[in-house]
Design a protein around this ligand. Sequence first.
Ligand code: GTP
Ligand code: MN
Ligand code: MN
Length: 431
Amino acid sequence: EKPGLELTVVSVPSYACQRHTPLLHHNTILTDALSILAENAELSENEGRGVAFRRAAALLKSLPQEVRGAEQLRGLPCLGEHSLRVIKEVLEDGVSHEVETTTHSEQFKAMKALTGIFGVGAKTADRWFREGIHTPSNLQRSGHTLNRAQRAGLKYYDELNLPVTKPEAVAIGQIVERAVHAVLPGAEMTLIGGFRRGKQTGHDVDFLITHPDEGREEGLMPKVVSWLEAQGFLLYQKTTGNSYLESKEGPARPASNMDRFERCFSIFRLSTDNEGREIQTGREIQTGEGPQTYSPTLTNTDPHTHSDTHPHSKTDSHPLPQTLVVVGDHAQKVSWVLGNSQCSGPRSWRAVRVDLVVSPYSQFAFALLGWTGSKLFERELRRWAIHEKAMTLSSHALYDRKRMQYLRASSEEEIFAHLGLEYIPPCDRNA
Ligand code: GTP
Ligand code: MN
Ligand code: MN
């Protein structure tokens, strides 16, 4: 054996929920390759194969050092024959033939492009692909009848495929918080999903809403959505009701990991020139005429807004806040990707996917844990619970099948303790 190549790892536990998985790790080249194969499997509706690649990638993400030779992987869990083969190829040749073939395949490219449309899943994309539809423009010209979500997805395709930045997530958070407090004082809102795990960008922004007085949160979502809609902040929304209360099946049913919370899938209209001003003038922006055409520089003002509501926003000499500059980069990109539209310069808003979830206070810890992710981390938690502890975990509850009782928890720490797991903080759940 070559000296100096042994990993100083004695043993690595096999469930991702037993490990610390940071966002930044030492094996990105390997995990990028495995992620492509996982994605391809998922797009081909081969879930089992997808999970196998994801577990192998997650194992590599949790290692404290860079893997330089396949011999270092001896004895490690989660690495199936196929994943090992890919890893060896990348270590030896720098690339994997299978990964290269996949990324260049017409089917993979088309499936990615089509499922990149909000409201389009793998099944629909595959059907379209077999009809010769390979791109969003193909779809647009096909004359297919699309549902409301898909129409919005197509309309804002480029923007929704631009990553959402942290400053944009913060700006959206301020808007949602205002909405929540306006319709239910005392309600609490938490950033969940990838941003809670420390990601600097995301495909959307996710929020969990609750109220300390159990029951006060009932029917909250429609009110929040109405407020946001009235203020002109929503380009699209679909709200699904809480079926949990109506259900006679009881919480945490093993057969279904579907959520029964009040949920809203939405597309926000986020001002990109100054999120502070957006908060004050959402309504004016919506009702102002010609909202697509704005002056090209960020310091120029929107003629439809009133200076008396934001006295500092009009001076060209006024220094721009940091977030404004970062968000401004997006305005440039948006205008670039929308080059064929009627925009004369960067317009002052962009579309952002936002998910809202409302949970009763007593289920808050379970909802928080269940909606923070990553998806694989969640899957591993549930697998650990059932196989190692005979417990059923959902975003609503934890059920002990041996003692035949629900285990209460008011924090994520308590849930990990019930499960006999070391507490893993959100930043280490990036499996
Ligand atoms: P990006 O948005 O791509 O940055 O990553 P993300 O981790 O935030 O992913 P996403 O927004 O898709 O989901 C956030 C978390 O919510 C993940 O842990 C998912 O497992 C979880 N989630 C998403 N949809 C559902 C659902 O329908 N039910 C439940 N229980 N969880 C969900
Ligand atoms: Mn997310
Ligand atoms: Mn989401």
